[in-house]
Write a protein of this length. Structure first.
Length: 277
């Protein structure tokens, strides 16, 4: 926004204040765009602006694959060296205020250094994370094969965090003895491992055609003591609410794999990876 204008050294100058950061400065006619300038920088133009999901997706897709100007290219050793030097020069020329701003996040993340969470806070963090997993909000093991699967029986989106879970979902959808199933069941069972309290979220809640409800865990492998602790807590929980509990290990899932698809788990995993490329 232009506050005033006057001639300085024979040139028409404009006293400009940015509508976002409110910094005042004198600009010539070209810089002030004939008195119509509102912001001092692109950052101030975009500050507080909320882009639509459609716009974000469009921009993301434009920069993916061959749409990215750097697609298929690599930095040369010389360009890497120049970029490294430019970063060092930039850091050396930064103002104290800019350095303070850059170190702000580091200071905050290091604010807990030397401290420990209390037992109560650990329990609360464990419970919060487990409830988010139970409601399908976050994955359990993002380092494994993970994604979402839409059930043909319930039309519900469910998150899978391993190939075993994905395979079990496919089987549940074509199993004539199953009427409905979900991973988003919200069940979170407390259990103890040693002196530490944890929370266990079983994989599936299954409704069978015979009227029985089953809480099910699919496991390729897990340490015996941890699995037994979870199993004991789950069996006590399901007994109280009068439903069944079962664990499917690798061998159990292998039999189901041959029964429904006439293929091994390894063969189906390779097929899944090829189709996902």
């Amino acid at each position: 926004m232009i506050l005033q204008r006057k001639k300085i050294n024979g040139r028409m100058m404009y006293l400009f204040v940015c509508n976002s950061c409110h910094i005042e400065k004198w600009l010539n006619s070209r810089q002030a765009r004939a008195g119509k300038r509102l912001f001092c920088s692109r950052n101030c133009v975009n500050r507080g602006r909320l882009h639509s999901i459609e716009w974000k997706n469009k921009m993301s897709n434009m920069m993916m694959g061959e749409g990215n100007p750097f697609y298929g290219k690599k930095h040369t050793a010389l360009s890497k060296e120049l970029m490294s030097k430019n970063v060092k020069i930039g850091l050396q020329s930064m103002t104290p205020a800019a350095k303070e701003k850059m170190n702000y996040g580091k200071r905050r993340s290091g604010g807990f250094q030397g401290k420990k969470h209390s037992i109560a806070s650990k329990r609360q963090m464990s419970l919060t994370r487990s409830l988010k997993i139970a409601n399908g909000e976050i994955p359990t093991h993002p380092r494994y094969i993970a994604g979402t699967y839409k059930s043909t029986k319930t039309n519900e989106q469910n998150r899978f965090d391993s190939f075993y879970e994905y395979l079990r979902m496919k089987i549940l959808d074509i199993d004539d003895n199953v009427s409905a199933w979900t991973k988003n069941h919200g069940i979170c069972i407390p259990y103890k491992l040693g002196d530490t309290e944890h929370h266990y979220v079983p994989d599936f809640l299954i409704q069978q055609l015979d009227g029985k409800t089953v809480l099910e865990e699919v496991k390729g492998y897990e340490k015996h003591n941890k699995l037994m602790a979870k199993k004991g807590a789950a069996e006590r929980y399901t007994t109280e609410i009068n439903i069944l509990y079962r664990i499917l290990m690798h061998d159990d899932l292998q039999k189901l794999s041959y029964s429904f698809f006439d293929k091994s788990i390894q063969s189906l995993r390779r097929q899944y990876k090829n189709e996902s490329k």
